[in-house]
Ligand binder design. Structure first.
Ligand code: FEO
Length: 406
């Protein structure tokens, strides 16, 4: 049975919730699921804006049929060719044999690479092109590498609606909610956390490209943002754009400390715990502690984007960095983390090396400031290392206080 919702007289939400997928891109946990958004515009022509993942096809096809209400489908716009949005394109084209596909030339190539049979049914569009469907006109805007190279977003000049592809998306299913102003106050933080985790891990590498898109978007009178995942933004648009601006400039949202700790037997963890305790006692309000062997890196990465300071604590393992810490460091490098103040705690019983190796790994990142010398724990914390940890907490607290009062 269909499950659709009118957005306005001409636009209907025909997307779906996926609560069964465990890992997004088979990497990132989805404890609260994800939605694949799709929109049907009914004008003189009918236009389906993106399709959905194959796993939710049955619900989606019923939604499209119900929203069309007996009309034929004239166009399918593919803003982004990744299979979570384009996998059901073939089936839609079979069900609606008169429909033509509008997408970028690169998207056409990708769709064919993914095995879609679209060759004689595609009209390519590019940045700046405008297509009229009656009273609605869509202007296409190139958004390369947000987060794939073929991406277009489009702007309905009649209603001020930006169809933003993956940009402004979020993990988390739409549990009856469709617009951001329908989110219950207590749920707002959960939504923002999942939006941040989505952005930082899926799009985070491409901050420069997001900045270019934001620049193009700043010239538009945007009344509503319809992304391909998560809620539609129509009331507090500026607040979310401000977050995107910070995230894509790799600037922290808050002064605060993320402690990313790996620990084999609890001794490195104890050192990090002493530091956390001393930080809070010195007035640092925002301290987030992660055991990186327990918490998936996507959550730690989201927090690293959120806060200004990072402490990495790692045992030495096979004369290298502890594997789960190393995994996080790789993610930080891949996502181009910048503009952070970092401190390091290493542990090693006979040849502590993880600290120097972490610093070497992070050498390529832009605008990283190191605070304090790396602290070396020899097997477990003793009086001397405890004092060093307290001194590091003081240095971090002083740095935060100074930045706060700038
Ligand atoms: Fe939601 Fe990049 O696909």
């Amino acid at each position: 049975m269909y499950n659709i919702r009118k957005i306005d007289d001409d636009l209907t939400f025909v997307g779906v919730n996926d609560r069964r997928l465990t890992l997004f891109e088979n990497v990132h946990p989805l404890p609260e699921g994800v939605s694949y958004n799709s929109y049907l515009l009914k004008d003189e022509k009918t236009v389906l804006l993106d399709t959905v993942d194959w796993s939710c096809g049955r619900q989606f096809f019923e939604n499209v049929e119900a929203a069309l209400d007996g009309r034929d489908l004239d166009f399918v716009v593919v803003h982004h060719a990744e299979p979570d949005h384009a996998a059901t394109l073939d089936e839609i084209l079979m069900r609606y044999p008169n429909a033509r596909v509008l997408c970028s030339a690169k998207a056409k190539t990708f769709l064919e690479q993914f095995g879609h049979h679209i060759a004689d049914r595609v009209d390519t569009v590019k940045n700046g092109d405008t297509v009229s469907f009656g009273k609605h006109e869509l202007t296409f805007i190139g958004a390369p590498m947000v987060h794939w190279p073929e991406v277009l977003v489009s702007f309905d000049t009649t209603t001020g609606t930006l169809f933003s592809a993956d940009a402004f998306g979020s993990f988390k299913t739409l549990d009856g909610v469709l617009f951001e102003d329908e989110i219950n106050g207590a749920e707002e933080i959960a939504w923002l956390n999942e939006a941040r985790r989505y952005y930082t891990n899926i799009v985070g590498k491409y901050g420069k490209n997001v900045q270019m898109l934001l620049k193009k978007a700043s010239g538009l009178d945007i009344k509503m943002i319809c992304p391909l995942h998560g809620v539609i933004w129509r009331q507090d648009i500026d607040r979310f754009i401000e977050k995107y601006d910070l995230w894509s400039r790799y600037e922290p949202e808050h002064l605060g400390v993320v402690i990313a700790c790996g620990s084999m037997y609890g001794n490195t963890e104890q050192a990090a715990d002493i530091l956390a305790n001393a930080l809070v006692q010195r007035g640092v309000k925002r301290v987030r502690f992660f055991d990186v062997s327990k918490t998936h890196p996507s959550y730690v990465i989201a927090s690293i984007f959120r806060y200004s300071h990072l402490v990495v604590a790692s045992p030495t393992y096979n004369l290298g960095i502890y594997p789960t810490v190393h995994n996080l460091i790789d993610d930080m490098k891949n996502l181009h983390i910048q503009n952070r103040t970092i401190s390091i705690i290493e542990n090693g019983s006979w040849a502590p090396k993880s600290g120097s190796l972490i610093a070497k790994e992070l050498e390529g990142l832009d605008n990283i400031t190191y605070l304090g010398d790396p602290i070396t724990v020899k097997s477990s914390v003793n009086d001397e290392t405890r004092e060093s940890l307290i001194a590091l907490a003081q240095a971090i607290a002083d740095d935060i206080y100074e930045k706060k009062n700038k």
